[in-house]
Design a protein around this ligand. Structure first.
Ligand code: ACO
Length: 332
């Protein structure tokens, strides 16, 4: 009997309606459309309305993914929710989504692996399916980062980069020769303070003090240069290790989907991998960096645009806070 593999049976995405242009940001902080486009490639991003959390943004993405997979909620065995911007500090967004969408009492848990959330999530889901534990797993990646941005001059190097959005996939079992061929995961916690959101912290009995709010410790902090330096090294490294693992080369790639960190980072990866424009998918121009959600949003758009077809070799790679990074090779 052929061994069990997992494959992406359905994919969907959802972004908030509210478009925030670079010009709009330049009214809030000392920046310009030209600076943002030159340094990041971003022209606009989406911000969720007040009161909308990642679990809310996820609902239409999940509905689209279920429809694409031709499955109903009752077919789903497990929810994995990748986010670093969960609706509440406690509990995770997975069980909130379970209730809001009326799933049965299936398992639901969050993973907090920043921009690498999709890669870590698919790696876990793949293991559950390959072991025969579950047949259909919902991997949801959803973020509301706009409320963690310091939209003043002090936060301008970070605030111009991030946006809100959600992507979801249904990973299902198959005995066909397709699906997730490999996943590779990495971390280096030496760099925690290069990209972090320090407060509220359980290390302080105050959780969030007047002083820490004045310092802006409750906003996402990023040392852009350090992040950039590590990202352009780690992306090609992990793409190459996954190609090598599968006995493939970059010429075998039909579509590379890098986490949408910064268009300059994507361009450098493309150059290092020697890939033509039509083999790399980017949409950061429209959405900014949506952290864990960026890869499934790309996969959903790429599929709708006919840029991913059955049997295509799709490589996804991500790098983010931690630092955490990794890659997956998928025969679609
Ligand atoms: N508008 C105008 N000027 C700005 C802005 C802004 N929004 N932000 C910073 N500047 C200024 C700085 O103050 C500095 O001015 P100075 O020279 O007078 O001191 C100058 O621009 C250069 O600042 P740097 O921070 O050195 O700018 P850099 O060229 O490194 O670009 C950027 C900043 C875009 C953040 C870049 O470092 C970068 O892209 N890093 C990677 C970040 C990234 O991709 N993060 C996401 C990946 S990780 C994840 O996804 C979680």
């Amino acid at each position: 009997m052929n061994k069990i593999r997992s494959y992406i049976k359905g994919v969907g995405h959802n972004v908030p309606d509210r478009v925030v242009t670079n010009d709009e940001l330049s009214k809030l902080m000392d920046t310009t459309d030209q600076w943002i486009v030159e340094r990041t490639g971003i022209k606009e991003r989406r911000f969720a309305d007040e009161g909308v959390g990642p679990s809310d943004l996820a609902i239409p993405a999940v509905e689209n993914a279920l429809q694409d997979a031709n499955l109903s909620k009752d077919d789903i065995d497990l929810i994995i929710f990748a986010t670093i911007s969960s609706d509440y500090y406690i509990p995770g967004a997975g069980c909130i989504l379970q209730d809001k969408m009326g799933f049965g009492n299936i398992g639901a848990f969050d993973i907090k692996t920043s921009c690498a959330g999709f890669i870590y999530g698919i790696s876990m889901a793949d293991q559950y399916i390959k072991s025969g534990t579950f047949d259909n797993i919902l991997l949801v990646c959803s973020e509301v980062q706009s409320t963690t941005m310091d939209l003043s001059d002090r936060g301008r190097n970070t605030a111009v980069i991030f946006g809100d959005g959600a992507g979801a996939i249904v990973l299902s079992s198959t005995t066909e020769d397709r699906g997730i061929l490999s996943t590779h995961l990495h971390s280096d916690g030496k760099n925690v303070k290069e990209l972090w959101l320090k407060e509220p912290s359980t290390k302080s009995s105050n959780r969030l003090s007047k002083e820490s709010i004045e310092r802006g410790d409750h906003f996402l902090f990023m040392n852009g240069r350090e992040v950039f330096r590590h990202a352009v090294k780690r992306f090609p490294e992990t793409i190459n290790e996954s190609l090598e693992f599968n006995g493939l080369t970059s010429e075998d790639i039909d579509l590379l989907v890098p986490h949408q960190a910064n268009l300059r980072i994507s361009d450098m990866i493309q150059k290092k991998m020697g890939l033509p424009d039509n083999k790399v998918f980017n949409n950061i121009q429209k959405y900014g960096n949506t952290t864990a959600a960026s890869i499934p949003i790309c996969l959903s758009e790429a599929k709708k645009e006919g840029r991913i077809n059955n049997n295509d070799l799709v490589v996804c790679a991500a790098f983010g806070a931690g630092f955490l990074w990794g890659s997956t090779v998928i025969k679609w």
